[in-house]
Design a protein around this ligand. Structure first.
Ligand code: ATP
Ligand code: MG
Length: 423
């Protein structure tokens, strides 16, 4: 951040335990272990970020981030299972079985010329490894709600920029000048949307307006980082709300450019409707602890672009199956420039798509075999979604629902006895 660099900055308001609701009972045992170990070794140790924010909002945090004045090497010496990660930020990961606690060292808010902070020409920070004090660390954080420090030494919360009052009024406010902060790291625009969707907060007007202008900065963000952020937006139980906000702020097109068809507004609208229904069902799954996979998510996102391209290829003379295969390969690989989908998900998506044609036929050995396909479940869920959307006759979807319930003999009849499937 380079605004107000020379002006003195306010110190923290220190809120005593009796005046806030963050309780150790709601902090994970392993995070507490790390905090206490750092403290015992003589270092400052604070919980920061989403952990404090979510506890203040009476929600269960997804993870607990810790900051300290110990340098990463010093942190590593304190823990048996600890490794240092990160290029842009050097961090310690302390492992307890499956839980990983992230420990960061306070970082300074340096000037642009500082040798350890590297910007691109457009102001994006690509390396940032300058250690500092808590008084400096706070100003490089994104939102006031994310810049609250819970001190394990006396259970106070250090609040430098009225984060507690913003949380109480349900506002996400960027620290510093929003335009500069978005230029430094365009992913902050996606984080604004994600946190607003997840926590039902509103984005402060001065942080909201520039998003509409600056969306195309997302084109410069590495595709793998966009993918990580996309999964956080859509696999955390608030996908439909995230989607609505991404549309409202014109950001969705930078994550999934294939869905926007500038010259065919109706078609895009139809695709958005389909996606929203798919995301609603993803949210239902997440909320009832059923598994979700990026393959299904991207199958939903890319279905309309693939259908359109496949239609074009058929008109040019390709067979339907081949057209579907070629169209999905092309659309998936184009997507790699934006939020890049790991390769292991490509073939499940194609399977889901190819199965859709096969579901239309309910006779004979080829149809019967779909039931044993290892991705039958995903393909069938996709069929249900299409049917809900009005793309496939309800009767066909119901038939595939019913046939799964039948015993082997009845199943055989369903696929092989003439006209059995006509009710
Ligand atoms: P959650 O973990 O619930 O998704 P979070 O706010 O904790 O939300 P993390 O990615 O875990 O998100 O980041 C931890 C903290 O690091 C944030 O609360 C914020 O203070 C800081 N932070 C993360 N990403 C950025 C960023 N792009 N710019 C500035 N600060 C950031
Ligand atoms: Mg976090």
């Amino acid at each position: 951040m380079n605004n107000n660099e020379s002006q003195p900055r306010p110190g923290p308001r220190i809120v005593p335990r009796s005046e806030h609701n963050v309780s150790r009972a709601n902090i994970s045992d392993n995070a507490l272990r790390v905090l206490y170990r750092l403290k015992k070794a003589g270092y400052g140790a604070f919980l920061v970020g989403g952990g404090v924010r979510d506890l203040l909002l009476d929600r269960r945090p997804k993870d607990f981030d810790i900051v300290t004045d110990a340098h990463p090497e010093q942190v590593r010496k304190l823990f048996r299972y600890c490794r240092l990660v990160g290029r842009r930020f050097r961090l310690a990961h302390v492992r307890f079985g499956r839980e990983v606690i992230e420990v960061a060292t306070f970082r300074a808010n340096t000037t642009d010329e500082h040798k350890d902070r590297i910007h691109t020409k457009k102001g994006r920070i690509i390396r940032d490894n300058v250690y500092g004090t808590i008084d400096e660390d706070v100003w490089r954080r994104d939102f006031t709600a994310n810049a609250l420090y819970y001190n394990i030494a006396d259970f106070t919360i250090w609040d430098y920029c009225s984060g507690i009052s913003d949380i109480k009024s349900g506002v996400l406010r960027l620290i510093g000048d929003p335009v500069t902060r978005y230029k430094e790291d365009p992913v902050r625009m996606l984080r604004a949307v994600r946190l607003a969707a997840k926590l039902d907060l509103i984005i402060a007007p001065n942080a909201e307006a520039p998003i509409l202008e600056l969306g195309d900065l997302l084109n410069e963000v590495p595709a793998a980082r966009l993918y990580d952020e996309l999964i956080k937006l859509f696999h955390a139980g608030h996908a439909a709300r995230s989607f609505d906000l991404l549309i409202r702020y014109n950001l969705f097109q930078y994550l999934l450019p294939a869905v926007n068809k500038r010259n065919q507004k109706d078609r895009s609208r139809e695709a958005f409707k389909f996606i929203r229904e798919g995301l609603q069902s993803t949210d239902d799954r997440v909320c009832s602890d059923r598994p979700v996979t990026p393959a299904f998510l991207f199958a939903v996102f890319l279905w309309y672009p693939v259908l359109d391209l496949a239609g074009k290829l058929v008109r040019e003379g390709r067979s339907e199956a081949q057209a579907m295969l070629d169209a999905s390969s092309l659309i998936i690989s184009e997507q790699q420039n934006q939020a890049s989908l790991p390769r292991r998900f490509w073939s499940p998506i194609k399977d889901i798509y190819l199965m859709q044609r096969r579901f239309m036929n309910r006779r004979g050995i080829r149809s019967a075999r779909i039931l044993c396909h290892r991705r039958f479940r995903a393909g069938y869920d996709f069929l249900l979604l299409r049917s809900k959307h009005g793309e496939v006759d309800r009767e066909i979807a119901d038939w595939w629902t019913d046939v799964q319930q039948l015993g082997p003999e009845a199943q055989k009849k369903a696929f092989f006895v003439k006209d059995h499937h006509r009710k």
